[in-house]
Design a protein around this ligand. Structure first.
Ligand SMILES: NC(=O)c1ccc[n+]([C@@H]2O[C@H](COP(=O)([O-])OP(=O)(O)OC[C@H]3O[C@@H](n4cnc5c(N)ncnc54)[C@H](OP(=O)(O)O)[C@@H]3O)[C@@H](O)[C@H]2O)c1
Length: 257
């Protein structure tokens, strides 16, 4: 089957990815490049972005831009001119994120704003740029936000993180309706624990019993970045052309309990 009759192909598409310097975002970038896409990598750490770029080599002219999404994306012209240079754009994945664990009694407003800025507002600003600046591919665009199972289920100390992730799930539903006639689809992916630098820093990893409990909550074991990347490939491809406003749960059975 060649790419013209394989609906799962993303060959020749151009995909913008935040968080491309590490973990899930890096895994998605590599998977997209392996499937023949051109990737536009966003992250903060320049040397790790360059590492991702190397791992994405596939003969396409990829692009990368180092920027701090805490600063506010729309304040400078860096991103609009970057996407215009590489247009048309077929897909966007917001994988940049932080996962604070903060009990309510010590939560500060600045921590709330910091988490919302990166996990939600940055995505919103990038979506505004992509939908406003005439960079959309004529055949449409697919926008994929990396949420979390915590948009659906609670954990102690994760109220702030869960709020940011649930905001993405809610956001894509209304945007799906707002942009359906422009052939722009919006979906979230909600992973449970995936082995990445972020999850390796989690408190439960330091305690054997707590780690065993987390493992027991996942009937199929903990996830790898490829498990989330494969879900993203589906949502970025034409195979999902009738899928919008949905939340794809990729969790090794965590929410099935
Ligand atoms: N790992 C899991 O178990 C898991 C489960 C569910 C959902 N998720 C979600 O998946 C996404 C990726 O997580 P991960 O595990 O891959 O984390 P990770 O390895 O820590 O990667 C996080 C990415 O976010 C970027 N980032 C952080 N702060 C930024 C800022 N201020 N400006 C721009 N970029 C920034 C980082 O860039 P630099 O490294 O360049 O600073 C990095 O590329 C997150 O949204 C997370 O909530 C993860």
């Amino acid at each position: 089957m060649n790419s013209t009759n394989n609906p799962f192909s993303i060959e020749g598409k151009t995909i913008l990815i935040t968080g491309a310097s590490s973990g899930i975002g890096q895994g998605i970038a590599i998977a997209c490049a392996q499937q023949g896409a051109k990737v536009l990598l966003l992250g903060r750490n320049l040397s790790r972005l360059e590492e991702t770029l190397k791992l994405c080599e596939n003969g396409q002219e990829h692009g990368f831009l180092s920027m701090d999404l805490q600063e506010g994306v729309i304040d400078t012209n860096d991103l609009p001119s970057f996407v215009k240079t590489h247009a048309p754009i077929h897909g966007f994945v917001h994988a940049a994120g932080i996962s604070p664990t903060i009990p309510l009694k010590v939560m500060k407003k600045e921590q709330v704003l910091t988490a919302f800025q990166l996990n939600v507002f940055a995505a919103l600003e990038i979506l505004q740029i992509l939908t406003k600046t005439g960079v959309k591919a004529p055949e449409g665009m697919s926008m994929v936000m990396i949420s979390s199972v915590m948009s659906e289920a609670g954990e102690k100390g994760k109220s702030l993180y869960a709020m940011t992730k649930a905001a993405l799930v809610a956001m894509v539903k209304s945007l799906a309706l707002e942009y359906a006639d422009k052939k722009i689809r919006f979906n979230t992916i909600s992973p449970s624990v995936v082995n990445t630098p972020l999850s390796l820093k989690s408190e439960y990893r330091k305690d054997e019993l707590a780690m065993k409990q987390v493992q027991d909550q996942h009937p199929l074991g903990l996830g790898e970045v490829e498990d989330v990347a494969n879900a993203a490939l589906y949502l970025l491809s034409d195979a999902s052309r009738w899928v919008t406003g949905t939340n794809l749960i990729v969790d090794g059975g965590y929410l099935a309990r």
